[in-house]
Structures are given as C-alpha cells and as structure tokens.
Design a protein around this ligand. Structure first.
Ligand SMILES: Nc1ncnc2c1ncn2[C@@H]1O[C@H](COP(=O)(O)OP(=O)(O)OP(=O)(O)O)[C@@H](O)[C@H]1O
Ligand SMILES: [Mg+2]
Length: 346
C-alpha cells in the first residue's frame, strides 16, 4: 500500500510517499525561508504562490527519480489544517485533483496530529497513553494522547508560541529567519548567566504557558543596547534560550506529575533544539520516565509525517470518497480539555 502525502500548511512545500512494506520511499521538500527571510517572517501570499510553483515540480521529480507508476498509489493524504488558508488550499486542491485523476480517495490530515504521531516512524516510539508537547511555529500545547485519534488538551500558550518568540527575538538580534536554529547556533558562544530573563507562569496551578512577557523583556533589553556586537548577541541568545527551555521543561515535568504518566513525546520545530532535548532528558530520567524525540529533519514541517498519518487513517478507512475539498486554518488536535482536578484524582 502506498500513500502520497502533501504538506503545504505554511512555507514548506513537501511531498512524500509512504509504503507500508518499505517505509518512506520518497520525501522531499522545498524550503522557502530564503524568500521570507528578508521580511523577517512568512508572507502568506508569497507562500501560496511558491507552493503552486513547487508542488508540480516535486511531483515531476517523483516520476523521474522513482520511476513510480502513479496507478500504484492508493490514496492522497493532504494537510487540511491548521495553517495559512491560501497555502492549505494549494495542497488541498492539488491533492484532490490528483486523486480525482487517479480515481483514488483523499485522506484529510491534521498537521498537528501528524507532528505528534510522526514519533511512530522512529524505532524508539511510545505506546499510548502518553503526554505530547507540541512546540512549533504557531503552537505550544501539552496534550494527553489517550489513543490514536483521541487527544485532550492539558495546557497551551495564552499568547505567543515558543517558536514565534524564538523568531521574534532572533529578528531583534539581527539574526535570520527562522530564528530558532540561529539562536541555538549563536548561544553556544554566549556566557552562561551573563543575563537573566523571566521564566513566566512556572508557579501557576495549571499547564498553560505565556511567552509574550518574556518576549517583551528580551526585546526591550535589546532595544536599550547602544550596539549589538557578536558577544552581546551571543549572551542574550544564551540567556533567552536558557529561560524559554526552563519553562518548557518545567511544564512538561508538571504534566507528567499531574497525570502520573511516564511517557513524554516532544515534537514540532522547536523540539529540534539541542538544549531543550538535553534538559528534558535530564528531567525525565530524574522522574524515572521515558522521553521520545522525533529525528531533527522531521521536527519541522515535512510531508513524511502527512503520508505516514495518511496511511494509518487509510488503514482505518478514514477516507474522503467524495470530491469535496476541506481546509480549516484553525483546526485543533484535541477533542476535549482535560480537567486537572480529575487528573489529580486518578
Ligand atoms: N533548533 C531549534 N531551536 C529552536 N527553535 C527551532 C529550532 N529549529 C526550528 N525552530 C523553530 O521551529 C519553528 C518552525 O516549526 P514548525 O515548522 O513545526 O512550525 P509551523 O509549521 O510553522 O507551525 P505549526 O506546526 O504550529 O503550524 C520556527 O519558529 C523555528 O524558529
Ligand atoms: Mg508545523
């Protein structure tokens, strides 16, 4: 069985084919960051235009490189949300048209569920239930994953996502977009503890996050400096990375404690962060739990996770057999919010 996955939720155009016998047989993406870099963030209209150019090019690449017979593909899985409406529509329309021409069904894939479930493509993967932390460009959420397709929200950011704050701080430090990897690179040259930024919402009795205060504190500090030299940028990046990773790790620790679960999965772009991984490993080993990381290339957007989740859904017959095109820019992963009092009584 072969499922072709299409990812166009934001600024990465991805196409992949997942084969239930041979695993991932094609996985390519066009990254648009160079194009958006000069604007300091993704420009939605440019992103959708780029998707329309890139998507057919990637499909042609499959026919040339893989010599695959498209008639052997069983379904087309596409990201139906959340994301930028224009970008989502490019993938959804292209995917549906391709499915129609091949007379096969489409499978609707939730981008966030794909981020979370991408861990199942790894050799070391968890069994349900587990706690998942989604830390990406637009989301910071703690999820209780009961079983495949059933997720409850434990807590989420009340304002900015962790990824957004990495990008914003990087922009103010004159670093490139996306800011996360740039901050991580330069913070290695920073002096540990030279500066200290707040760790918001660590003492609240819930699993929500708030990063806008931290962002403002760092940006205001940067604006007060008369000159940004390499050492100052590195010191600020170091202090910021320490602060945001402390918050993420502490909230994960609280989530494990409150739910009494031992398995923690981290996914989404920010989960590629090495310092975050190191601190999480340390915390989880102290709690005698288990941590599961997605390999770095699958942390940020990719079509492999879409094709893979598409295959799981196809096997459960969760397909679209009509010609409707469906996108929801605000699609959520969770079906319910979990009551913390209830959890502490388990
Ligand atoms: N090594 C890293 N350290 C910290 N942040 C990182 C790292 N690598 C990537 N990021 C951040 O990850 C984010 C991109 O992640 P991802 O591609 O999952 O987000 P998205 O798809 O735009 O958003 P969403 O998945 O919420 O719709 C960016 O904000 C980027 O700065
Ligand atoms: Mg994403």
């Amino acid at each position: 069985m072969k499922i072709l996955g299409i990812e166009t939720s934001c600024d990465d155009t991805g196409i992949a084919i997942y084969d239930d016998e041979n695993g991932l047989i094609f996985n390519e993406k066009f990254n648009q960051s160079l194009i958006h870099n000069k604007y300091g963030g993704v420009v939605p209209e440019i992103a959708s235009r780029e998707h329309t150019l890139n998507i057919s090019f990637l499909i042609e690449k499959i026919s040339k490189n893989l010599n695959i017979n498209f008639k052997k593909i069983n379904a087309i899985a596409y990201t139906c949300g959340p994301g930028l409406i224009g970008s989502l529509l490019v993938g959804a329309t292209f995917g549906s048209a391709l499915a129609y021409s091949l007379n096969i069904p489409t499978v609707l894939v939730n981008h966030l569920e794909a981020h979370l479930i991408s861990i199942m493509m790894e050799k070391k993967c968890p069994i349900f239930p587990f706690i998942g932390m989604l830390v990406s460009g637009k989301h910071t959420e703690l999820i209780y994953a009961h079983k495949f397709g059933k997720y409850s929200l434990l807590g989420k950011t009340r304002d900015d996502s962790a990824g957004e704050v990495f990008d914003k701080v990087a922009k103010n430090l004159n670093l490139n977009y996306p800011g996360g990897p740039e901050i991580a690179k330069i913070s290695k040259f920073g002096n540990f503890n030279k500066y200290f930024f707040p760790r918001p919402m660590l003492k609240t009795n819930n699993l929500d996050f708030s990063f806008s205060g931290l962002k403002t504190a760092v940006v205001n500090f940067i604006k007060k400096q008369s000159m940004l030299d390499f050492q100052l940028i590195s010191d600020v990046a170091n202090a910021f990375e320490e602060s945001i990773t402390d918050v993420l790790v502490t909230k994960c620790k609280h989530a494990l404690k409150k739910t009494r679960l031992k398995r923690l999965v981290i996914s989404g772009g920010v989960s590629a962060n090495i310092l975050l991984r190191r601190k999480l490993r340390h915390m989880v080993s102290k709690c005698k739990g288990e941590i599961f990381f997605v390999r770095p290339e699958f942390c940020t957007d990719n079509a492999a996770m879409i094709a893979y989740l598409g295959m799981l859904k196809f096997q459960l017959n969760q397909i679209q057999s009509n010609l409707n095109i469906y996108v929801d820019p605000k699609l959520k992963i969770y079906n319910s919010k979990m009551n913390l009092n209830f959890i502490s009584n388990i």
